[in-house]
Design a protein around this ligand. Structure first.
Ligand code: BES
Ligand code: MN
Ligand code: MN
Length: 453
């Protein structure tokens, strides 16, 4: 065993205990009752960065949640690596389905269970530990390092773009490294070279100026629920394609090479169907394979709809109001604001007679795509090979990290997405966990990556 891996494994228990401290802080970014916890998590990380020897550690308050910056800049002729991660987590509901409480980290079967264990406290922590390890062993780092850790990723990073443009100098770097994605499978690392973007909107539909008795008025006036369903059904065609004019205009199609690559990865649809309790995987566009649909094609989903009576028993009412929430996953080169506009127009133009609609535009985030033969990605690949004994798979991710494309554009630096999660770690769901087999290996891979620079 090398000195490095010996050091990492002899510190394993202490490192895991430290991660548990961070996981105990319920830093849920979307719920205002956790505002204090968010501050606690930010301070915890800032203190940790100081303890391991990072300098200029700063917590910047925003109108939302704080951003942590730190650096170590003592390698004059070496490149500068910027590490991004997020310390905020998703809400925990439904809480009843957790086997152990979400903010009381528990280790079972070599996995650590807690909200944030894989997304993204656990993975961000690996970078902190890699830097600590190298500083302890060598007293210096092979490169210059900057950290930028935020607390609003799970709510769409509303304040980070401003921070990036206000601090371009300070954040200047040769590469941005992010561990907030997953591997392909146990023992099979992956580099994510594409993320989907997204846009959100909601609308309400109104008919009469009040709910009406369905006996006195039924048969003669419009029902808001009926019109909502009619309108929503115009959003897709019978082949599962999004039926909004110009929606696909800017979609960058996969190359034949990429299609072959995705096929060659051999996605196990039978296994997935079984694990989801489904008899088919026929969502979305009929004329695309499942693995392309979930990674490289845009979607439009109705995330919620409500209207009328939801209580116990029967109510003979004609509702005068109904609502729907919609989000899209977008791919290069779709523009989220443009797509929002197209959908708004579609909803207004397809609103059935007898109602008014009001559309509200919400969050947007750009898609991301980077060439896999870039030198930085190749260095990450070598690092994985050294530690996992296997070349990484290159994959497109269906999820989003909206700030990635901003980093890419604002800092003119390539972004490397080196994930250490596994696809079945229940992120955003009950019983989120991180497999500890990727804990020491993750630290070692990051150390190798920094050394290969
Ligand atoms: N880390 C995830 C994104 C992700 C998931 C990457 C799985 C790779 C594999 C990130 O924290 C996330 O959940 N993003 C949200 C963004 C949204 C809340 C703006 C998403 O994709 O829904
Ligand atoms: Mn994440
Ligand atoms: Mn997430």
């Amino acid at each position: 065993m090398s000195q490095l891996s010996e050091f990492v494994s002899s510190n394993h228990d202490r490192n895991v205990e430290e991660l548990k401290e961070l996981l105990r802080i319920p830093s849920v970014s979307s719920l205002s009752e956790h505002k204090e916890d968010i501050q606690k998590a930010a301070s915890w990380i800032a203190n940790k960065l100081k303890t391991i020897g990072m300098e200029h550690v700063e917590i910047t308050q925003t109108n939302g949640h704080p951003i942590i910056y730190a650096d170590w800049l003592h390698q004059e002729n070496a490149p500068t690596v910027l590490v991004y991660g997020h310390y905020d987590v998703q809400p925990v509901d439904p809480i009843d389905l957790w086997e152990t409480p979400p903010f009381e980290p528990d280790i079972r079967d070599e996995k650590i269970f807690a909200r944030g264990a894989t997304d993204d406290k656990g993975q961000t922590f690996l970078h902190i530990k890699a830097v600590e390890t190298l500083l302890k062993l060598e007293n210096k780092l092979p490169v210059n390092i900057k950290f930028c850790i935020e607390g609003e990723e799970e709510i769409g990073s509303p304040h980070l773009p401003q921070f990036l443009s206000d601090n371009k100098e300070k954040l200047a770097c040769d590469v941005v490294v992010i561990s907030d994605s997953d591997m392909w499978d146990r023992g099979v690392p992956a580099i994510t070279y594409s993320l989907r973007g997204l846009c959100a909107l909601e609308f309400s539909l109104k008919t009469a100026n009040t709910d009406l008795h369905s006996g006195m008025f039924g048969g003669g006036v419009q029902n808001a629920n009926h019109l909502l369903v009619q309108l929503l059904s115009t959003l897709h065609d019978e082949n599962g394609k999004v039926n909004v004019a110009q929606f696909y205009d800017d979609v960058l199609e996969l190359t034949e090479f990429e299609k072959e690559q995705i096929k060659a990865l051999g996605f196990d649809e039978e296994k997935l169907k079984k694990s989801l309790g489904l008899s088919d995987l026929t969502g979305g566009e009929n004329d695309f394979p499942y693995s392309e649909k979930i990674s490289s094609r845009p979607t439009l989903e109705i995330n919620g709809l409500w209207g009328g009576f939801q209580g116990e028993g029967t109510k003979t009412v004609i509702p005068n109001e109904a609502h729907a929430k919609i989000t899209c996953r977008l791919v290069n080169n779709q523009n989220p604001e443009k797509i929002q506009g197209l959908i708004k127009k579609h909803i207004e133009e397809h609103a059935p007679e007898g109602c008014t609609v009001k559309v509200t535009l919400q969050d947007t985030g750009n898609p991301f795509l980077t060439p896999i033969d870039s030198p930085m990605i190749q260095k990450a690949a070598r690092a994985y090979e050294q530690v996992y004994g296997k070349s990484p798979v290159y994959k497109r991710e269906g999820g989003s990290i909206p700030i990635v494309s901003d980093f890419n554009q604002a800092l003119h630096a390539p972004v490397v997405l080196m994930g250490f999660g596994l696809p079945d770690e229940n992120l955003h769901a009950p019983n989120e966990h991180f497999n500890l087999e990727n804990f020491d290996k993750g630290i070692l891979t990051i150390c190798s990556f920094l050394e290969l620079m």
